[in-house]
Ligand binder design. Structure first.
Ligand code: DAT
Ligand code: MG
Length: 122
């Protein structure tokens, strides 16, 4: 099975570097407001690794619009509007790699093996 990595960020957000993060949305009308928001304060950055981690994390996060997000998801339970949707998760393994490289320097990622791993993964 494919082990991927995904970049997870608790927004808001940004500490200046957020300016690059959403470059694929640069042409969107909400881009300037989103950049103001994403650079308004510190964020919590994480790199998660695991089998199918990209779709699993997105499922946990919920739909972009919190009003459409299922109860039990982070956005569904904790957010109200798209422009304040609390958390980011990469949308593909390729973007996971790109975003992790953008937000973490060489040597900053902490890799370890939890003792229960053999009981979770065949
Ligand atoms: P996601 O964060 O679910 O991957 P996205 O990549 O399409 O969603 O957009 C990135 C962020 O941009 C999203 O978390 C919130 C903001 N956004 C998206 N669509 C928006 C819209 N129509 N109006 C305002 N903000 C929007
Ligand atoms: Mg996205």
């Amino acid at each position: 099975e494919q082990v991927d990595q995904t970049y997870i960020m608790v927004k808001p957000d940004g500490v200046q570097r957020g300016l690059e993060h959403y470059k694929d949305l640069k042409q969107k009308p909400f881009f300037p407001a989103m950049i103001d928001y994403i650079t308004s304060g510190p964020v919590v950055s994480m790199a998660w690794e695991g089998i199918g981690v990209v779709p699993s994390a997105r499922k946990l996060i919920g739909a972009t619009d919190p009003l459409q997000a299922e109860p039990g998801t982070i956005r569904g339970d904790l957010a109200v509007q798209r422009g304040r949707n609390v958390i980011h998760g990469s949308d593909s393994p390729e973007n996971g790699q790109r975003e992790i490289a953008l937000w973490f320097k060489e040597g900053e990622l902490c890799e370890w093996t939890p003792v229960q791993e053999p009981w979770l993964i065949e």
